[in-house]
Design a protein around this ligand. Structure first.
Ligand code: AMP
Length: 528
């Protein structure tokens, strides 16, 4: 059987792993390193660079170097999150026809799915170089709190990269698989996952090989990038006070300040002070200006402590949803590079009154879990392992007065399916509209609109007579499907779907053709 890889497609770094003799192993990238920066750069000469080569371009070619694309996957241009990050990135964004955010490189629009696909294609290439043969199948991880649009966009990215996705799996769930697989444990664990862009908390029960997610919560816009930005804000404000110059306006300087901030932040996980030294950051007619500042761990904690504090209400909510008290948690697993910050470890230890597990590599554990999942899916695991995940957001429909009626509650074990009867309100009504959303707010407009489904071609009948059963399904990838049947005729009810976001099958096909991936690898089957 050909090799199946597990991919952790991270906001800042990505990692790929496979299972060898029952043991997960990280596949090094083409430079021999275990993780690859999730950065794509488009050079003046028309070359496309990925990973460290792209990252090295960031300072000289900031407008055409795209980082943290995961934050934009499946997002609308005018969403508050995108409007906020837009001010802090050196590359340009715009809106696609359907309102989705797109990246503009050299006046050319590129979808976030295509940028992500370039990272995935690079990881695929690394695996192929490692195995010496083609790799076409993968299990890919996403933040537990990713909604349907973000999951679908991730899956589409993989298809563009020529990968058939066996399963989309939640990052914390994946980490818990890698943590608990070889241990005969019966425990309830908390996985605290803070990477470059997202934060998730997942509570997981592990019982004789059954991994059962009890509850998950989080924020897809809270991660290491925000910590970096707080340092950047501090440095730029200080520089403005001293020199009256706004470095936000200077893309080259901004990129250097960003990189230096991230580097200092990392260092401060191991030292108590770090010097930020940026000579010749800018100049005017009279002189060159420099940044030279000492940042202490204490100052960093003051600058970014609010971000750490923001993770705790999510933990409290997840505990409440799982009907657990903190003292019922046996072990805390830290995942994601940002979790190395000592303040996070300290606050977690205070909250749970227990030290988190230290010996796991937070950069690699997610990819490792993904390749274990691929092995489970292929039936290669000798010991019985069952993974029961949950949906992070409630699924429902818009009802009278713009209200949101939940059909499947958050934290329901997936896959799951619920059926609701619909009928007509007028005589001879041929069409009924169902607006499907995800979220927790009582009003539809405050939730994420997934799609509008029109039940069409309903048989002519008096009001209230047609009986149409609409099934709402969340599959094992966490993706939503809607189908309907007319119970009075027993026929499948036709549906017209207007998705609120994402690539249409035609657009996806076009991109795949453009990406010159052989058609058998890029076969498009049915879309959710
Ligand atoms: P991930 O997406 O899991 O690779 O996490 C990447 C994030 O972790 C980035 O924001 C990094 O700056 C951050 N990170 C990596 N190493 C450290 C460290 N030693 N201390 C604090 N943050 C770190």
């Amino acid at each position: 059987m050909s090799n199946v890889i597990g991919i952790d497609l991270g906001t800042t770094y990505s990692c790929v792993a496979y299972l060898e003799g029952g043991e997960p192993r990280v596949i090094p990238n083409l430079e021999g390193l275990p993780t690859t920066p999730s950065v794509v750069s488009f050079t003046q000469s028309g070359e496309e660079l990925v990973g460290n080569l792209a990252l090295r371009q960031a300072i000289t070619n900031p407008a055409n170097t795209v980082s943290a694309i995961k934050r934009l996957l499946g997002k609308k241009y005018d969403s508050p999150e995108v409007q906020k990050v837009m001010k802090k990135i050196p590359y340009a964004l715009s809106a696609a026809k359907n309102g989705d955010v797109i990246v503009i490189v050299d006046e050319r629009p590129i979808t976030p799915q295509e940028i992500s696909a370039k990272i995935l294609a690079y990881l695929k290439k690394c695996a192929e170089a490692y195995f010496g043969e083609a790799v076409t199948q993968a299990v890919i991880t996403v933040p537990a709190h990713f909604d349907d649009h973000q999951r679908q966009a991730t899956k589409d990215s993989a298809r563009i990269a020529g990968l058939n996705v066996l399963r989309v799996i939640n990052e914390p769930t994946s980490a818990s698989l890698a943590y608990g697989l070889d241990k005969k444990i019966n425990q309830t664990i908390a996985v605290y996952d803070i990477g470059g862009g997202t934060f998730d908390i997942t509570l997981m029960e592990i019982n004789d090989g059954i991994f059962h997610a009890l509850a998950t919560n989080g924020n897809t816009f809270l991660g290491g990038e925000d910590f970096d930005n707080h340092i950047v804000d501090w440095l730029i404000e200080d520089f403005k006070q001293e020199h009256g110059i706004d470095l936000w306006e200077d893309k080259l300087a901004l990129q250097r300040v960003k990189e230096a901030s991230e580097k200092a932040k990392r260092e401060l996980s191991f030292t108590i002070e770090s010097e930020i030294n940026l000579p010749f950051i800018c100049s005017d007619e009279d002189a060159s200006m420099h940044i030279q500042k000492m940042l202490t761990r204490k100052q960093l904690e003051k600058l970014t402590g609010d971000l750490v504090d923001r993770t705790f209400p999510f933990i409290e909510q997840a505990l409440k949803d799982a009907k657990l008290e903190p003292d019922k948690i046996d072990e805390i697993i830290l995942v994601g590079g940002q979790s190395r910050m000592p303040l996070i470890k300290k606050k977690i230890a205070e909250f749970f009154k227990m030290e988190p597990v230290e010996h796991l590599n937070p950069d690699e554990i997610v990819a490792m879990g993904a390749c274990i999942q691929s092995s489970i899916l292929q039936g290669d695991m000798t010991n019985l392992v069952v993974l029961l995940d949950v949906t992070p957001l409630s699924l429902g429909i818009e009802t009278e007065n713009g209200r949101f009626t939940k059909i499947i509650d958050k934290n329901t074990t997936i896959p799951t399916k619920k059926t609701m009867p619909f009928t007509t309100v007028e005589t001879n009504q041929r069409r009924v509209r169902v607006h499907v959303l995800q979220g927790e707010d009582d009003f539809a407009e405050n939730n994420i609109s997934l799609a509008v489904f029109d039940l069409v071609g309903i048989a002519l009948a008096p009001a209230g007579v047609p009986q149409i059963d609409v099934s709402f399904e969340i599959d094992a990838d966490g993706l939503v499907r809607v189908s309907a049947s007319d119970t009075s005729t027993g026929r499948t009810q036709n549906i017209e779907v207007k998705p609120s976001s994402g690539l249409t099958p035609e657009e996806l096909n076009k991109i795949i053709k453009r990406s010159a991936i052989p058609p058998d690898e890029a076969d498009i089957d049915e879309q959710a």
